[in-house]
Design a protein around this ligand. Structure first.
Ligand code: MG
Length: 412
């Protein structure tokens, strides 16, 4: 690793702890001290849980049936994005007091540009991180974890390394020591398949990853790997996405961890994606009118279709029913599928009333938009992204959460 100064660049990552479950405990104080599981829109599986439920073995993506066996005393609740969105907005407005540049990354996560912020507040980064946690705790009523480091990826790993309710500050000189304890599987953007590949080359820790030569990383992981390699070496590649830009689309995709013909499994994945997508729309205060659903065949070819909603919306119910309809028109019994995704397009800010602005787009244009978006997703993730399983929805295998996929938003 080339020596770098302590703060060539400073970026913070703020992430609420067990956000949905904490929100529920906040408005139902009687649930405090009791395990809470928040369910998917069809109440089929667990999408969020408290630490005590996690300790009993409940994982994201586990079926309600299995979770109930592990934590019979838990409260099982349907998600309420309106409410989560309100608390999340409160949280983000507190962050904006500390830095003018805040990127809302998801409903409970943000990145902040911290350059120059120490002299503004005349405080160390650790003090600022503690202040932010304290302010959110007392004004919103939930806890967050804060990571501050030289790059986006390091900030994210820092906040995750010390949850819940932790502050972690990693200046340049401490990166190597910090990364020695981080496994490659804990690097955001490195899924199960890539972890296995790196391990074949005896790259187990994030420190070993940073010390692998550039050409090897390029050969093993291509452009996304190179980006991570620079970021983990303390050189910022992924800056903050500016808020003013309205995304052209918002996508949620993943492999299904296996090649399958099972419609129920595909539905479970799509329902999970839909739920995550809606939480992104709500967090960013945007609404969409076209919902695309695609499935990746065993051959890696994609089939997709699009549903035009009557109005722009970010309602879970409306978007979920559009996804259902789209799936019905593309799914073919007996065909093998390996990945799925949901993409929201024709995006407007919440509250804007121009529903027909995009109403006359030609079919060709629609197809082009869809293809462009898919290309962008493939390009940004690499083609393997569609195959790197990061979640097992039905809880047969040990499930891990879909985490930190670049890009959450496909911006143009
Ligand atoms: Mg969180």
């Amino acid at each position: 690793m080339m020596p770098i100064s302590d703060w060539p660049n400073a970026i913070a990552h703020i992430d609420a702890d067990c956000f949905y479950a904490s929100c529920e405990q906040l408005r139902h104080p009687e649930l405090k001290g009791r395990p809470v599981c928040v369910l998917s829109n069809q109440n089929a599986f667990v999408v969020a849980k408290t630490y005590d439920a996690k300790a009993k073995g409940v994982t994201t993506g586990m079926s309600v049936w299995d979770a109930k066996k592990l934590v019979p005393n838990a409260a099982f609740l349907t998600p309420d994005f309106r409410y989560y969105g309100q608390l999340s907005e409160k949280m983000f407005s507190i962050l904006r007091r500390y830095s003018p540049q805040v990127e809302v990354y998801s409903i409970d996560e943000a990145f902040m540009d911290m350059n120059g912020i120490r002299s503004l507040w005349r405080k160390s980064f650790r003090q600022i991180a503690d202040d932010i946690r304290q302010a959110i705790r007392s004004e919103v009523g939930i806890t967050v974890s804060v990571g501050i480091s030289c790059t986006r990826t390091l900030a994210k790993i820092s906040s995750e390394s010390n949850k819940p309710n932790g502050s972690t500050v990693i200046p340049g000189r401490r990166i190597a020591r910090f990364l020695a304890d981080i496994q490659v599987s804990d690097i955001p953007g490195i899924g199960r398949n890539r972890t296995a590949l790196l391990e074949k080359f005896s790259i187990h820790t994030a420190l070993e990853f940073t010390r692998t030569d550039e050409r090897t990383i390029d050969r093993l992981m291509g452009k996304p790997g190179m980006g991570l390699w620079h970021e983990l070496n303390g050189r910022s590649v992924y800056g903050l996405e500016k808020e003013a830009k309205l995304p052209k689309s918002v996508a949620r995709t993943s492999s299904m961890g296996q090649v399958t013909t099972d419609k129920a499994l595909i539905e479970a994945y799509l329902s999970y994606h839909t739920q995550r997508l809606v939480s992104d729309l709500v967090a960013k205060r945007i609404i969409a009118q076209r919902i695309s659903v695609f499935l990746t065949l065993e051959s890696f070819e994609k089939v997709g279709t699009e549903v035009r909603l009557v109005d722009h919306t970010n309602s879970l119910k409306k978007i979920a029913s559009a996804v259902q309809k789209a799936l019905g028109s593309i799914y073919q019994g007996g065909t093998k599928y390996r990945a799925s995704g949901v993409i929201a397009m024709h995006i407007l800010p919440e509250g804007s009333a121009t529903p027909d602005l995009f109403g006359h787009t030609s079919t060709n244009q629609k197809q082009r938009d869809l293809v462009l978006v898919m290309n962008e997703v493939n390009h940004r993730f690499g083609n393997h992204s569609m195959t790197s399983a990061q979640a097992t929805i039905l809880g047969k295998r040990k499930a891990d959460t879909i985490r930190f996929q670049y890009p959450l938003i496909v911006a143009h």
